[in-house]
Design a protein around this ligand. Sequence first.
Ligand SMILES: [Cu+2]
Length: 132
Amino acid sequence: MKRHVLSALPLAAALLLPAAAQAQEDLLPEGPQVIEVTLVRWGMGFDTATVEGDTARFQIRNAGDTIHAFELEGEVGGEKIEVQSAELEPGEEAIIIVSLPPGEYVVYCPIDRHRAFGMEATVTFTGGEQSE
Ligand SMILES: [Cu+2]
């Protein structure tokens, strides 16, 4: 199975590492809170989630029967930020790691009108110390 690994740092400096997934994955930092995202028609696998700390590891799987993707959006210091996965075929997975200031962010599927159909959820980052 093809997997995509995307790692994003604060102001949406994003690094896309396709292919060679397992090797790349071994390089990812340990510890961030995992949020499982299951893309289906029409949902993200959750409606709200809370990240205890400033870093989250979104483990995204397209469990649907059509192309989906994952996008996170919010405002940091008055500026809009966006982090987006590649388009995922059914069965494909992606990992996105983001560190963000405390606040509420929206995640959704940017494909066609999927967001309007219900592929949208809210993620709250609490900030502060993350337990190791
Ligand atoms: Cu979708």
